[in-house]
Design a protein around this ligand. Structure first.
Ligand code: NAD
Length: 483
């Protein structure tokens, strides 16, 4: 029997007024239905928005430390359910048990972090121009905010939007991606159990165009935080800003790692292998371009091919080196890019297909894939593949490598592997990306520092995470008091 879940609106678990549902299946075995969820309508969204608007004053007036206590309790409840949340995440999204466990822990830590931040919410006191006066700023909640999230980090991303939004006193309507809505459901369950007032956070599931669009267009929404593809994010940003709603969209990437001759090439290959093939290449920060100095190019290609071929592929619950794609659509898209790269003249060094064997039949598996002889104008070097496909691009020197790294519409994360301090410094200063790393993979983020992209990776309005997460979800009021 498939477990059927509902929306969470005004503190109640309720079905969609449509009575329609959709199924979530296991990417490792598409015959297995994981769960069933409401195909919500515009009317359901409006009910959720109305509940959030009605709840906002009370939640916003709740003292920060009291809001923080609820977030902390929610974090503790999630920690107690870590194993269950990890398995749920693996079964709906496909990533490995280790990757999923790390992601659930991230969500727990985010709740703890913003629980503490609730105490610090305040402003600054400045010197007024005159005696018997006061001049200071205070932070106020934006109001009611909409959160739209993707499937690839189905618990961490909802958590890194929900926690700062609630910490700052906003009420929330969350719409998670339909491929993996259970992880977000668990977050709402723990918030409910922790004592969040009815209506302060609401969850509505369903198709992006049917329920995402009215959320973006709603005049009752004071802020919209979106993470997903650049194509959808751009449309969402336009729709939301029509009535001057504050918008933040974090979107796609085409992230480079530059490898210079001073690098230890084995180590570079290990770092890039994790960046490119971890989470089956389905991270916005995944390494999709290795830009390698010609002096070490052949050595690097050999090392990265060996690293790719050493990865075991299998069901995420067995905790292999790499799990399946999330869906048939994502698998087909990756295989299409393999054909495109081959037809453009890139050399397929390893992978490029579905792994052979009966055990792979029911799942959306693909091999870790490496292309060499890639030039930066090929589609494989310019478009987000969102699969475990690495394009290895030669560079004649540091300047050529840096130019190649920057020749992209995206600008999310970038790294360099070098022992040369001047190269490291120039890279950090001249790379056009929101995250710059030295001797590290492009993936992996700390939760207490800002995260966001340059260029088409972001609306470049506000950053997420750390203090920046609270900046987006608050308005600054400047107070002049004359006694
Ligand atoms: P997507 O853009 O297809 O969907 C994202 C969310 O938007 C989903 O909830 C979807 O249902 C919803 N949506 C779809 N159409 C909509 C519409 N017309 N109006 C409103 N909402 C709509 O992205 P995805 O496939 O879920 O996720 C993968 C993408 O997300 C990749 O491009 C990846 O790089 C990006 N991503 C970016 C970051 C980041 O922080 N920069 C993090 C993770 C993923």
């Amino acid at each position: 029997m498939t477990t059927e879940y509902t929306n969470y609106i005004d503190g109640e678990w309720v079905a969609s007024e449509s009575g329609e549902t959709f199924d979530v299946t296991n990417p490792a075995n598409s015959d297995e239905v994981v769960s069933r969820h409401p195909s919500s309508t515009e009317a359901d969204v409006q009910t959720a928005i109305d509940a959030a608007v009605a709840a906002q004053d009370e939640w916003g007036d709740t003292p920060g430390p009291s809001r923080g206590a609820i977030l902390r309790e929610a974090g503790e409840l999630l920690a107690a359910r870590k194993e269950e949340a990890t398995e749920t995440l693996v079964r709906e999204e496909g990533k490995t048990r280790s990757e999923a466990g790390g992601e659930v822990q991230r969500a727990i830590d985010i709740f703890y972090y913003y629980a503490e931040k609730c105490r610090d919410l305040g402003g600054t006191v400045k010197s007024p121009s005159g005696t018997d006066k006061e001049l200071y700023t205070k932070r106020e909640p934006l109001g009611t905010v909409a959160l739209i999230t993707p499937w690839n980090y189905p618990i961490a991303i909802p958590a890194w939007k929900l926690a700062p939004a609630l910490a700052a006193g906003n009420s929330v309507v969350l719409k998670p991606a339909s491929q993996a809505p259970n992880s977000a459901r668990i977050l709402l369950e723990v918030l409910d159990e922790a004592g969040l007032p009815d209506g302060a956070a609401n969850l509505v599931t369903g198709s992006g165009s049917t329920i995402g669009t009215p959320l973006a267009e709603s005049e009752d929404i004071d802020g919209l935080s979106f993470t997903g593809s650049t194509a959808v994010g751009t449309a969402v940003a336009r729709a939301a800003s029509e009535d001057l709603t504050r918008v933040q969209c974090e979107m796609g990437g085409k992230n480079p790692t530059v490898v210079m001759p001073s690098a230890d090439i084995e180590e570079a290959a290990d770092i890039i292998s994790v960046g490119a093939f971890g989470t089956t290449g389905q991270s916005c920060t995944a390494t999709s371009r290795a830009i390698v100095h010609e002096d070490v190019y052949d050595e690097f290609v050999d090392a990265i091919v060996e690293a790719a071929e050493s990865l075991s592929v299998g069901p995420g619950l067995d905790d292999p080196g790499m799990g399946p794609h999330v869906s048939d659509g994502e698998l087909s898209s990756t295989l299409e890019y393999v054909d495109i790269a081959t037809s453009e003249g890139a050399t397929l060094e390893t992978g490029g297909g579905k792994p052979a064997g009966d055990e792979y039949e029911g799942g959306y598996y693909v091999e870790p894939t490496v292309f060499s002889d890639v030039s930066n104008d090929m589609r494989i070097a310019q478009e987000e593949v969102f699969g475990p496909v690495l394009a290895v691009i030669p560079a004649t020197d540091f300047d050529d490598a840096l130019d190649t790294a920057n020749e992209t519409d995206y600008g999310l994360s970038a790294s360099i592997i070098t022992q040369d301090l001047t190269e490291a410094d120039r890279f950090v200063n001249e790379i056009e990306a929101g995250v710059a790393k030295v001797n590290e993979k492009t993936t992996g983020l700390e939760l207490h520092v800002p995260f966001g992209g340059y260029k088409d990776s972001s609306t470049n309005t506000y950053r997420e995470q750390g203090d920046a997460g609270l900046d987006f979800f608050t308005s600054v009021k400047t107070v002049y008091r004359n006694f």
